[in-house]
Design a binder for this molecule. Sequence first.
Ligand code: GRF
Length: 188
Amino acid sequence: MKKKLVVLISGRGSNLNSIINATKEADYPATVSLVVSDTSKAQGLNIARDNDIDNFIVERNSFNNKNEFEKNLIKKIIQYDPHLICLAGFMIVLSRGFVKKFKGKIINIHPSLLPKYKGLNTYERAINSGDKYSGCTVHHVNDELDGGEIIAQKKVVITSDENIDTLREKILKQEHKLYPNAIKTLLS
Ligand code: GRF
């Protein structure tokens, strides 16, 4: 029996796409049961629709506070009883209460070699620091931003002529392999 994933997105959804593609392999241990976005504008919703995957929008902007927003998010997620909740470009920092509710079940992908460069603008920060390497990290989500236990990482070389766009592309290409593989390892 395949295990269930809920994927939370806010935008493009290229990681969602890579996860969905992986789930089409016969020996992949999981399937995407639900995609949730905090905005109707997320392009990733079309990827879910094109693949006939249940999808749901909880507009962050239509709630006065995060608590109300998360209540609705939780209500939807528990209907699907997921083995893992995969954050894939989800731009909302989840509360301590939310993390506790799904303890050990939430993972995220981040475009840096954590613990370096938590938060935003990871490409600029790596290039401006003169780093020779950057990469991506899949990690457990706890109540510290990008601070949970590391599950998997992939390194990329930063060349002397690197710019933000080339580094972003280079890392994204690796994310698309790292994330589905990390999920597979966790659930096998
Ligand atoms: C990725 O760079 C990921 O590392 C970060 O947000 C971006 C999401 O991209 N957390 P996409 O929506 O999966 O294309």
